[in-house]
Design a protein around this ligand. Structure first.
Ligand code: NAP
Ligand code: G4F
Length: 342
């Protein structure tokens, strides 16, 4: 029998790469989709044809129990979240409900469906659980690079909600003996990245300028530094964590950090453009509290999981710029009709 995986957030960047990876590994893949007319669902149905879809919402406990009952998964990957940091200040309560409390609801669905109680700990052959934790939890970093032992100091309602989900996952592991782990993932990008995140905003902006569709690109803080990797590499780490002998949390990143300014230089350079002629700094895009510097120490993942990133920062930026040049040159809509999807 093929192993079964249930993925929340199947319509997002990571959901698509993880589904492809697990299908290649021989899994039967189920994806949770929300809403009665979710515009991303036709795209998933068209592009990930072998994925089975089940309706549910991280805000709705009963729907998650039903989804687990229907999919009968061996593994659950909780990737669903409100994941855009600036939105978490605008809709802090909703972010807490989806990104934070959503983790509790998924864990409870697994616990209830598995018949786990304080007296009856997790049985053999239990459902394994992956939580999409984030380097945003490190926030105002206490040390660099950041490891699994670095304390958290989140700087956004999103980071706070992720910290709640992270500690809750650890707590369910300790309280009920569940195979529940968190991957503390640093920023990972791809041509499938949402257009609101800075890497994609820049690659789309460069493509529009190169094709004469725009002349300027407005950005916020150019000095923030991130450890940017390729999403296709990072989903392999999620699967390795759930395939390990013991449930443990891991930091996943490249170990290299670059500023937004360096990202901009690389992206405009990849299209043969001078960024200083086009980029406009817009202070309205600055955040109420910024995370200035993120840089992973992925040693534990390398030594215990054998995980290594394969795509460099320069190649990632070039890949995204080239994909967006092709996309816009073909007259396609970046949100609806992305040919970089499978
Ligand atoms: P993404 O592209 O923004 O996808 C988010 C997913 O969450 C979408 O499929 C969205 O579905 C779903 N979702 C939102 N609200 C929901 C709800 N109420 N119920 C069920 N699903 C809901 O995010 P991503 O980049 O793939 O990231 C995946 C996960 O990793 C997220 O939890 C994110 O916070 C975390 N993470 C990401 C990074 C990164 O650099 N990408 C780094 C660390 C951690 P709809 O299509 O229906 O909106
Ligand atoms: O691309 P970003 O919006 O990503 P951010 O805030 O680091 O969050 C992403 O990575 C987290 C992992 O650390 C995930 F958990 C989270 O879900 C998400 O995927 O912004 C990156 C940096 C920030 O410092 C921001 O201030 O870029 C800076 N920036 C400068 N100008 C901008 C802009 N960010 C955006 N989105 N748009 C700008 O115009």
């Amino acid at each position: 029998m093929a192993r079964r995986a249930l993925i929340t957030g199947i319509t997002g960047q990571d959901g698509s790469y993880l589904a492809e990876h697990l299908l290649r590994e021989g899994y039967e893949v189920w994806g949770l989709v929300r809403g009665q007319a979710n515009p991303r669902v036709p795209r998933v149905r068209r592009l990930l044809q072998d994925v089975r879809l089940v309706r549910g919402d991280l805000l709705d406990q009963g729907s998650l129990i039903s989804a687990v009952e229907k999919a009968q998964p061996d593994e659950v990957y909780n990737l669903g979240a409100i994941s855009f940091v600036p939105m978490s200040w605008e809709q802090a309560e909703l972010t807490g409900e989806v990104t934070g409390m959503g983790v509790l609801r998924v864990l409870e669905a697994i616990r209830v469906c598995s018949g786990i109680t304080a007296a009856r700990r997790s049985p053999a052959g239990q459902i394994r659980f992956y939580q999409a934790s984030s380097s945003e939890m490190f926030g105002q970093v206490r040390e660099t690079p950041q490891t699994e032992r670095t304390p958290f100091h989140p700087r956004s309602p999103y980071g706070v909600a992720k910290a709640y989900g992270h500690f809750l996952t650890q707590n369910y592991r300790e309280s009920y003996g569940m195979f529940a782990v968190s991957g503390i993932l640093f920023n990972h990008e791809s041509p499938r990245r949402g257009a609101e995140f800075v890497t994609r905003k820049v690659s789309l902006g460069v493509a529009r300028i190169k094709l004469g569709m725009a002349s300027e690109l407005r950005l916020g803080n150019l000095e923030a530094r991130r450890d940017w990797g390729f999403a296709g590499d990072f989903v392999r780490a999620m699967h390795l964590m759930l395939s390990a002998a013991e449930p443990e949390d891991y930091v996943i990143g490249t170990g290299r950090t670059h500023s937004v300014r360096e990202l901009v230089e690389a992206a405009f350079g990849a299209a043969g453009l001078d960024w200083e002629r086009h980029v406009v700094c817009d202070s309205s895009l600055h955040r109420p509290a910024e995370v200035d510097l993120l840089c992973a120490d992925p040693k534990k993942a390398r030594t215990q999981l054998g995980w290594e990133p394969t795509v460099s920062f320069e190649d990632l930026v070039a890949m995204m710029v080239e994909a967006d040049l092709r996309l816009l040159a073909d007259g396609r809509d970046p949100e609806q009709d992305n040919p970089s999807w499978p």
